[in-house]
Design a protein around this ligand. Structure first.
Ligand SMILES: [Zn+2]
Length: 130
């Protein structure tokens, strides 16, 4: 429980499907890890190494910032809703759901391929701090 940002980064997990043909491996890493400019990750099934370039890392770090910010305002999120207009009115989605129930996905390019990165954030440790 040291630095708040670090803490959240460690809890934010990213995964994507291995891009190698005939490999169904899933590559997982922590969002905090990519702050390291030497970051690379390996598919545990085919051992293909992935280096994420600066642009890609920057985008993922922005996602980390978003997640961090959401966590920081968690206490007021309970009062916030996202309102979506539908054919017969409005649907309200509690903002907090975005943190806990919905998985964030960001599609980025690796080479000329579009890759879906799934972000998962562990639930906050609010109970721990009573
Ligand atoms: Zn693989």
């Amino acid at each position: 429980m040291t630095d708040h940002t670090e803490n959240i980064g460690a809890k934010a997990q990213i995964d994507f499907n291995c891009l190698e043909d005939n490999c169904d491996g899933i590559i997982r890493f922590s969002l905090a890890d990519i702050a390291d400019s030497d970051f690379q990750t390996v598919c545990k099934k085919c051992y293909h190494t992935y280096e994420l370039d600066g642009v890609l890392r920057e985008k993922l770090l922005k996602m980390l910032k978003l997640i961090t910010t959401l966590r920081e305002i968690e206490d007021i999120l309970g009062d916030c809703n996202i309102s979506i207009s539908v054919a017969n009115g409005e649907v309200k989605i509690p903002y907090a759901l975005l943190l806990t129930r919905l998985n964030t996905m960001i599609s980025l390019k690796i080479g000329d391929r579009s890759v879906d990165f799934h972000l998962r954030v562990e639930p906050g440790a609010e109970e721990t701090f009573r």
